[in-house]
Design a binder for this molecule. Structure first.
Ligand code: BGC
Ligand code: CA
Length: 342
């Protein structure tokens, strides 16, 4: 028992109990408080990330023998609200603030406030412009490479075109008639995914014909409303539905089901949320691209904790003050691997 309470320093090091303020035996357990400002808690992908952040914090508490308090606030798509929430975290002396920006161009003011309070600020999912991120050393961004997701999404369609062209080009005119559902206008993932997916088709020699494109702000209901109008206007001319995320792809499917469309167009999404994966498994979606909510959440919590304690983030494989996790292509061949057992 005695040895259990007073482990040798080497044992503590071995167990990773030192670092991030690791409490040594007998010491009061060290607490870190992290404020997390979400752009919109209702967003399917963001709520997934928030859950994974809680899990990651628990995991790290065990590993480092510390207490981590994550306090979430929901900006409900209002940059003013987010500014107030971040100010409140700083006034209450939180040890770090994680920010999922409402407006990507609003980072500078937040970074300046964090710098004045000397509190690390970790952005995730909605990427500040590079110039803002270089304002101070204790800021960073955790996310993924938007172009990669667009390319992988495009490759799903390219493969189908090469293997089974008549499934995509139903009217046989040698072109893909598509509609595009986009996320919010200012988001790096909307702009870049939209461009990259079409470029991937074009680079593969596939001709495209854009019937319609519309912003549905990542939301299932908005996408379904847009899609219902397009079904009325274009009917079965629509051969493919390309959505910047799974929720909007599912919204399109909702509209197709309501309209009673018998032969569904080819639908592709991005994210691999549980509902998105289910739609791939039951063949309503051709495929999706896995956006690693769990990996990004875990990395964000770990980097935050390391920054609070002034530890090196080297083992976390950052590239300067950026960390981007890879996307993964999901089709019905590998979808089961990504669906949780529940
Ligand atoms: C996800 C979307 C999500 C958005 C929120 C994107 O990376 O793919 O599903 O709505 O982030 O910022
Ligand atoms: Ca066609």
């Amino acid at each position: 028992m005695k040895r259990f309470f007073k482990p040798a320093l080497s044992v503590l090091l071995l167990l990773g109990l030192i670092g991030c303020g690791g409490g040594q035996a007998g010491e009061k357990v060290h607490t870190v408080r992290i404020g997390v400002s979400l752009y919109r808690q209702e967003d399917t992908f963001i709520s997934l990330m928030a859950n994974y952040m809680q899990e990651a914090a628990k995991e790290l508490e065990q590993e480092k023998n510390i207490k981590i308090i994550l306090t979430f606030s929901d900006a409900q798509s209002s940059q003013n609200k987010q500014n107030d929430h971040v100010s409140a975290f700083l006034e209450k002396n939180y040890d770090a603030v994680m920010v999922n920006l409402v407006d990507r161009t609003a980072a500078a003011a937040l970074i300046d406030k964090a710098k004045a309070a000397d509190v690390p600020m970790i952005f995730f999912n909605r990427e500040p412009v590079e110039e803002d991120l270089s304002r101070w050393s204790k800021v960073c961004y955790i996310g993924a490479d938007a172009a990669e997701s667009g390319q992988l999404q495009g490759s799903l369609l390219v493969d189908l075109w090469q293997q089974n062209p008549q499934q995509l080009d139903r009217n046989g005119d040698g072109k893909v008639q598509y509609v595009m559902l986009e996320g919010d206008a200012g988001h790096q993932d909307s702009l870049i995914r939209t461009e990259a997916v079409i470029k991937t088709l074009t680079d593969a020699g596939i001709k495209t014909d854009k019937l319609a494109t519309g912003i549905a702000n990542w939301m299932r209901v908005q996408a379904s409303t847009k899609m219902a109008l397009w079904i009325e206007k274009y009917g079965d001319q629509i051969e493919a539905v390309i959505a910047n995320n799974d929720d909007m792809a599912l919204g399109a499917l909702d509209a197709l089901e309501t309209a009673g469309t018998r032969t569904l167009p080819v639908v592709v999404g991005i994210d691999g949320t549980p509902v998105g994966l289910a739609a791939v498994a039951d063949r309503r979606m051709l495929g999706t691209v896995y956006n690693d909510a769990e990996g990004q959440a875990r990395a964000a919590v770990r980097v935050t904790c390391a920054m609070i304690e002034g530890e090196s983030v080297e083992s976390l494989h950052m590239d300067g003050n950026y960390l981007r996790l890879p996307y993964i292509r999901i089709t019905r061949d590998n979808v089961r691997q990504y669906q949780t057992e529940t």
